[in-house]
Design a protein around this ligand. Structure first.
Ligand code: PEP
Ligand code: MG
Length: 587
């Protein structure tokens, strides 16, 4: 892609976070650290090419020294690895291409080197040959060394720090959580899926994002102008004047529709025939509370605590945690804030470094299993929640519950914590609600028993779906099998709401399905009492609820429970949604 006047390129992926972002691309590959990228004036080309040659020479010298040193210590064989590294740099094809990239793309030498090597490496990674795959690690090692050897003298000072669109292979939830919103306008990844924590966080942060974008990382150039359309999953590189004009209109239309929707934020989330559904928000950080209040959530239905607990260098102690939960209690008052206890593992960070990687992290040391194995850590969190409950209305719930014993043990530990606080005369709300997340099919099958032990159920559909249909929620190869409207899933939801009703407790849904406007009629009809969604989804879901009749949705759900396929169930609910709120799909 080194043409002088590049043609518009269009890539399609899965839209995971709404919005339109326009800006220059920044490509970050895998394997070794990306250097800064910036444009250089044409006059700097020879100097940059020279910097590249020097970096290569220094690296060759270092490798020769290392080889000699190694040979003197352990013999000729051991030194050979550095000779092999050195040969990689001798490839005249690479040298020529980097020099050409500097001259044609007018980008700094280290980035040009990085981009050329990333393209080579990415092509090698995609060949299913074990030997070649292994060699990529050697090449990455050499590349990292070359990058360290670039002199930084006489570097022209054009601004490298501009806001950009990130194009990368994949992002971890922690990469996403720590994104600087003022620098990263949107992102595009090759891997990933709608229900990964990365996608959930992108929506929470309001960052337009597309995943599963095919070869974009191989085919795009840093600093090229581009547009991310987070509504349709379209990524446009080198957009034409016409495309830019079109997107300007589209962005303005979406903004106007959104503003109109948000102006209705004070209306109750009550159906046309008077059934009130508690509409609350999912958050990961207390700085989202401002948005939660702005969009008038009726509380926080899910505070995912693992991000703030695991991302600091040291696990926050009882005082630090109490501060955060108190902030939540005060921030949602007079409504309730439900804190989910640590749900580490799966696609998120482990609670502690693991000595060996887990073969199946989603079936492994995750959620409540970790807390029950590390009871001191767990009790610290429980005491912090209890202490904060003295300052406002809090609830707590436990993730990844598979059966009754776990819930009973949790309750026993809560009781112990209450006694410890009593002994110290520390106040707490003895009546705070305690809930179980329903996200494993076994929990649904024993829901009648669980319901006797808790005050509410919160259905985590993200996991309930993955464990019901055995589809990894972050594996894009099987993403088409991950269906919220699968008959088994909706039957499990109905079994849960029925069990809750028999026991006189309430049921919420806090998985991403709660914000899927196509499925609002179905969830409503299945008898849920609360929907908890990302702050940016509050306005559309509120409008959807206000446009529906509960009694009609109940009939729809009854019918859905008789249908044999996900497709038919989706169609039934989608048709009702389109009829009740056709405009909402454009916000
Ligand atoms: C869920 O599984 O639906 C849920 C809300 O929890 P998480 O996405 O954090 O696993
Ligand atoms: Mg879950």
């Amino acid at each position: 892609m080194l043409e002088n006047s590049p043609a518009e390129q269009i890539f399609h992926g899965t839209a995971v976070s709404r919005g339109i972002a326009v800006g220059p691309i920044h490509v970050i590959g895998r394997g070794f650290t990306a250097p800064e990228v910036y444009n250089i004036p044409e006059a700097f080309v020879p100097a940059e090419q020279e910097r590249f040659s020097k970096a290569l020479q220094i690296t060759q010298k270092q490798l020769a020294d290392l080889q000699e040193h190694m040979e003197s210590l352990s013999g000729h064989e051991e030194g050979l690895v550095f000779e092999a590294h050195s040969m990689i740099l001798d490839d005249p094809g690479v040298t020529k291409e980097v020099r050409r990239a500097i001259a044609e793309r007018l980008q700094n030498a280290e980035y040009s080197f990085y981009a050329v090597m990333q393209t080579y490496l990415e092509s090698m990674r995609r060949i299913s040959d074990a030997y070649l795959k292994e060699r990529t690690i050697d090449i990455e090692d050499v590349c990292q060394r070359v990058l360290r050897n670039f002199s930084t003298e006489e570097v022209p000072s054009t601004s490298p720090d501009q806001a950009h669109l990130l194009v990368t292979y994949d992002l971890t939830p922690s990469d996403t959580a720590s994104m600087d919103r003022s620098k990263i306008l949107g992102f595009v990844t090759e891997a990933g899926s709608v229900n990964s924590h990365t996608a959930i966080l992108a929506r929470a942060l309001g960052i337009p994002a597309i995943v599963g974008i095919g070869n974009a990382i191989l085919e795009t150039t840093a600093l090229a102008p581009a547009i991310i359309d987070g509504y349709t999953g379209t990524f446009i590189v080198y957009p034409t004047e016409k495309t830019i004009a079109l997107y300007k209109v589209l962005a303005a239309e979406r903004k106007a529709a959104r503003e109109e929707l948000e102006s209705q934020k004070d209306q109750a989330s009550t159906t046309r025939d008077g059934r009130h559904i508690t509409l609350s928000a999912n958050i990961e950080f207390t700085n989202e509370l401002e948005t939660v209040r702005q969009f008038r959530a009726e509380g926080v239905g899910l505070f995912r605590t693992e991000f703030f607990l695991l991302e600091s260098n040291e696990h926050p102690d009882e005082e630090d945690q109490t501060k955060v939960y108190t902030e939540l209690a005060l921030g949602v008052a007079p409504n309730q804030g439900i804190i989910r206890t640590l749900d580490s593992g799966g696609d998120k960070l482990p609670a502690e470094p693991l000595t060996e990687t887990e073969p199946n992290p989603f079936l492994g040391w995750r959620g409540i299993r970790v807390s029950l194995d590390r009871q001191e850590l767990f009790k610290t969190q429980l005491r912090s929640i209890l202490r904060s409950s003295a300052h406002g209305k809090l609830g707590m719930m436990f993730p990844f519950i598979s059966g009754l014993t776990e819930i009973r043990t949790c309750r026993k530990l809560v009781k112990e914590c209450m006694e410890e606080l009593d002994a110290k005369n520390q106040p707490y709300d003895a009546d705070l609600e305690i809930g179980a997340m329903i996200e494993i099919p076994s929990a649904v099958l024993v829901a009648d028993e669980l319901a006797k032990e808790v005050d509410f159920f919160s259905i985590g559909t993200n996991d309930l779906i993955q464990y019901t249909v055995a589809v990894d929620r972050i594996n894009h190869r099987v993403a088409q099998l991950y269906r919220s409207s699968h008959p088994a899933v909706i039957r499990l939801i109905k079994m849960t709401t029925d069990a809750a009703k028999r026991a006189g407790i309430w049921t919420g849904v806090c998985g991403e399905m709660a914000a899927d406007l196509n499925l609002t009629p179905l969830l409503l009809g299945l008898g849920v009492d609360e929907l908890s969604v990302g702050p940016h989804d509050l306005a559309p879901v509120r409008k959807a609820l206000r446009s529906l009749d509960y009694s009609k949705c109940q009939e729809l759900a009854e019918k859905a429970l008789t249908l044999p396929t996900a497709k038919e169930i989706l169609k039934l609910s989608k048709d009702a949604a389109q009829e009740a709120y056709p405009d909402l799909f454009d916000t």
